[in-house]
Design a protein around this ligand. Structure first.
Ligand SMILES: CC(C)(COP(=O)(O)OP(=O)(O)OC[C@H]1O[C@@H](n2cnc3c(N)ncnc32)[C@H](O)[C@@H]1OP(=O)(O)O)[C@@H](O)C(=O)NCCC(=O)NCCS
Length: 169
């Protein structure tokens, strides 16, 4: 496996979007979608502190967190990444979009890039995701991406696992 940190922070892109490193100058745009340990930032100061913790986790090899930017504006529209368990060969994917960028297919494309990176660059054996049982948008997203429900957790969450027929592409 090739665990973080990498010599150069990996940038992934399609024609329209880029998954890139989040800079301190991006943080004011993403305060409302800044989370750490499921806690949401309430202000810029907390968002910056969370960003520092996320960077430390990256340096420790536990996670990789990308900003999803539009290639024409370079503005961050959302984030996604792997947040736990990389050293065991299992990545837990998480993601969030700013509300104004939802409903346009952005996250489906971002997650495809992150999944490919997890499988072929980090060489993960499994990719998991968890979502609240009421979170229809996340459930639809995971269905679209070929995740299947593998567990019904006690805390009102479903656990999903990515199942690809195409691992040897
Ligand atoms: C989960 C979340 C990222 C999903 O966002 P999303 O906008 O529904 O997902 P996508 O960006 O992939 O967009 C897909 C939607 O855009 C629509 N769409 C519109 N134009 C599109 C286009 N050109 N291409 C693809 N899809 C398009 C799709 O039909 C789909 O809508 P539907 O789900 O109603 O069918 C978002 O709801 C969110 O940030 N939630 C809060 C955080 C969260 O719950 N995270 C999940 C943890 S697992």
């Amino acid at each position: 496996m090739n665990l973080p940190p990498f010599n150069i922070f990996p940038t992934l892109s399609t024609e329209k979007i880029m998954l890139r490193e989040i800079l301190i100058s991006d943080i004011p745009d993403i305060v409302e979608i800044s989370f750490y340990n499921a806690k949401q930032a309430e202000n810029l100061e907390q968002a910056i502190e969370m960003h520092e913790r996320i960077n430390q986790d990256y340096r420790n090899g536990n996670s990789i967190h990308w900003g999803i930017s539009h290639r024409s504006t370079n503005k961050i529209m959302g984030t996604c990444g792997y947040y736990r368990g990389l050293e065991t060969g299992t990545g837990e994917l998480g993601c969030v979009l700013l509300p104004m960028f939802r409903g346009q297919g952005i996250m489906t494309n971002a997650m495809k890039l992150a999944i490919d990176f997890g499988l072929y660059k980090i060489e993960l054996n499994r990719i998991m995701a968890k979502t609240n049982k009421q979170n229809q948008s996340a459930i639809k997203l995971l269905d679209r991406l070929n995740f299947i429900k593998v567990d019904d957790l006690l805390n009102e969450e479903f656990k999903y696992e990515y199942k690809s027929q195409l691992k040897s592409k």
